[in-house]
Design a protein around this ligand. Sequence first.
Ligand code: GDP
Ligand code: MN
Length: 386
Amino acid sequence: MKIHEYQAKELFKGFNIPVPEGYVAFSKQKALDNIKKFKTFPIVVKAQIHAGGRGKGGGVKLASSEKQAIQFVDEILGMTLVTHQTGPEGKKVKKLLIEAGQDIKKELYLSLLVDRETAKIVIMASREGGMDIEEVAAKTPEKIIKVYVDPMMGISGYQLREIAFGLNLPKNTLKEFGTMLKGFYDLFIQKDCSMVEINPLILTSDDRVLALDAKVDFDSNALGRHKELMELRDLDEEDPLEVEASKFNLNYINLDGNIGNIVNGAGLAMATMDIIKNAGAEPANFMDVGGGATAEMVENAFKIILSDKKVKAVLINIFGGILRCDIFAQGIVKAAKKTGIDIPVIVRMEGTNVDQGKEILKNSNLKLTSARDLADAAQKVAAVVK
Ligand code: GDP
Ligand code: MN
């Protein structure tokens, strides 16, 4: 689960990570009130959306006067901000952070991630902050320092120093940086994060370190033990179909292709996506109704996929185990009768009560194409979208 920069910075404060003075606003009036709180300029007007690259898209602006700050509020609040992470449709800006402008000597990069390969937490740091870190990693990987922390041991003094020296920090900031990095690590562990990133981490002209930007992603599987974090969720920023699916306990992820899928079980869902790609087509989503799905869940899953405008055909791939094929077929028929289907739907079904399931589909008079097996299903669905 992602949160906004202003929320991440609030969290940072509780973990000894210094951030600029700043105030969030959800309305124009509040933004203007916030501007009044600053006696010195420049101040920064920052769009709050769950995507990076805001600066390049015109969502972060440095104002040298009150008048200019007001002008930036007018420009940014309500704008559709397009960045490399929002997709071409962009994201409407509904929240603004107004911050004290900083005197930047150096822009650095710092992040924490879970590294699955080593089963450790990796600290990544670079002197090349501010810009696209993916580009730095691709073109000049030697400019990224990686330090692996064993979660059972925690972060050690020599690791702190390795990062600090790697960043070429001046001597008089080392102590402050050490405290900050420890806090950064504690935040990561205590809040069950999957990623925390500060880009840029700045060195100010008077040699202080400060988080100028803040990105936090929590492990959604751990949210059950962090009730306080659930309050930070902003449904406005999430994919509406994914939000809808989560209401019905469906494991759904929206993708870029045009073939909708309904599958039971994550492994089967991945195999189905592979075979669709193998047949030369692209999946529009990942939809796992789960092993123990009810007819109602199947109905909702089907409805969600049919409401996705980019879906040009649907592949239903079910292995009837705990979810019996007849129950599944009932859900499909019910949903299809309610919403109507005007795109090709290919069904591959195997397992418990498969004959009853096929019978239900056949007697429904719905226009469904049945497939013999997985490969046949993938070829049929790829053929109809071509
Ligand atoms: P992002 O583009 O979404 O990553 O947004 P950031 O919060 O990282 O801001 C983008 C850029 O704006 C930063 O890399 C800085 O160069 C610049 N910026 C942000 N705040 C300040 C500030 O207080 N002073 C100055 N001079 N530049 C700033
Ligand atoms: Mn940034």
